[in-house]
Design a protein around this ligand. Structure first.
Ligand SMILES: [Zn+2]
Length: 402
């Protein structure tokens, strides 16, 4: 059965001068409203132990617009200002639920510049998108089609550090079911290759990543030589941002293809909870990039498994996937990071480090789903007609721990 999901479609667009100016003003107002509201909430909490609600923040915004000092807030579209207060509300809800740190101020330099428009903040006519306070529709490059017979429910406009404008449209989309299968795969984030599958397949870093890294290193060297505050430094900074953006774009493409394939071919996908990476404290550029790739891979697997009714099992980070002999079950005390191969002391099997780890991850994941109860990942298949999708699967701890 096909499944209806909310899905974001992101495109580049090219604003006219007026549109760019209008959007820049809007971004500035969004940041100001967010920071002011955060300040008020902080003061209320600090001085009076009082929590401020969204409705109270919203009422405050209405008052600010009537003051001389902040009258300019009334000149930009009102929806993005409301939306940023909603985001602040969510940030506080996460904080009070102890899921997140205390919300921080948005800085001009470091924060993502974006504005979110809900249905009342834009018009959508014949496939043309016009934002509030604008006369002309946006000049969007439709690099892939939107699903048919759908309209965006939310639109987010952003400007990245490389100076590129994007618009992201949240739409309903129909996901066709993936072929039925009982296949399962374990994935190891390898030391020598980017990923190793329990099938023995190894995925190396795509070649363009190496080129990209070389270009990035060069751009960063050039940036470091420019005087602070100079025009040339700003140019060099943009150049670094562009190289970064290009690496990220191509990596995302690559990971999309890979994760779609994995999810189509397998009913069960098992991965490790890789916060363990942080323990390695290897701060090389290559490692930073592959860590980012892992985070992205995991998030893509999470939502694609949900879309296609597949199971994603996440293995406990303390599971000794590399040090466990997949043949006899002996766990070594240590295994140096640079050891690509090792021989089991007990049964004498020679292991390829990553192959062995990937197979152990699969075994642990399957054991966890088979033993049921607490370890079963909490998601239901679409075919059973049960309410879909708890996005984050449970951590499975298999009975294989030392
Ligand atoms: Zn052994």
């Amino acid at each position: 059965m096909a499944r209806l999901v909310k899905r974001a479609f992101k495109y580049r667009f090219y604003p006219t001068e007026e549109q760019a100016a209008e959007l820049s003003r809007t971004f500035g107002c969004v940041r100001l409203v967010y920071n002011r509201a955060l300040e008020e909430r902080t003061r209320a909490w600090h001085d009076e132990r009082r929590r401020v609600s969204y409705a109270q923040s919203s009422a405050a915004l209405t008052r600010w617009k009537k003051t001389e000092e902040l009258a300019f807030l009334a000149e930009v579209a009102s929806v993005p200002l409301q939306q940023t207060l909603r985001h602040l509300q969510t940030a506080f809800a996460h904080f009070f639920a102890k899921r997140a740190r205390y919300p921080r101020f948005k800085s001009r330099k470091k924060s993502r510049t974006s504005a979110e428009y809900t249905r009342s903040g834009f018009t959508w006519r014949g496939g043309r998108l016009t934002l509030a306070k604008m006369a002309e529709p946006l000049d969007i490059r439709w690099s892939r089609p939107l699903p048919e017979d759908t309209e965006p429910s939310t639109v987010t406009v952003s400007l990245d550090r490389a100076g590129r404008w994007f618009v992201s449209l949240l739409c309903e989309d129909t996901i066709a079911p993936a072929p039925a299968t009982t296949a399962a795969v374990g994935i190891d984030a390898g030391i020598t290759s980017l990923l190793t599958f329990s099938t023995g397949e190894k995925i190396t870093n795509p070649r363009h990543e190496r080129h990209g890294r070389a270009r990035l290193a060069k751009a960063q060297r050039q940036l470091s030589r420019k005087a602070k505050g100079s025009n040339n430094r700003e140019k060099a900074r943009r150049k670094v941002a562009r190289v970064h953006a290009r690496i990220a774009d191509r990596r995302r493409d690559f990971l999309h293809k890979l994760t779609t394939r994995l999810v189509r071919e397998n009913q069960t996908v098992v991965i490790e909870d890789l916060a363990v990476r942080n323990l390695l404290k290897n701060r090389s550029l290559a490692r930073a990039i592959s860590d980012a790739a892992w985070t992205e891979l995991r998030s893509m697997l999470t939502y694609k498994c949900a879309w296609y009714g597949r199971d994603l099992v996440v293995i406990d980070r303390f599971f000794p996937s590399s040090r466990l002999c997949g043949n006899c079950g002996t766990v070594r005390d240590t295994l140096p990071l640079n050891a690509r191969e090792w021989t089991c002391d007990r049964c004498g099997t020679v292991h390829d480090r990553d192959d062995n780890a990937a197979r152990n991850i699969l075994t642990a994941g399957l054991a966890a789903t088979a033993c049921g109860g607490g370890a079963r990942p909490r998601r239901e298949s679409s075919r059973t007609g049960q309410p879909p999708v708890k996005q984050e699967t449970r951590r499975a701890t298999a009975g294989l721990r030392p």
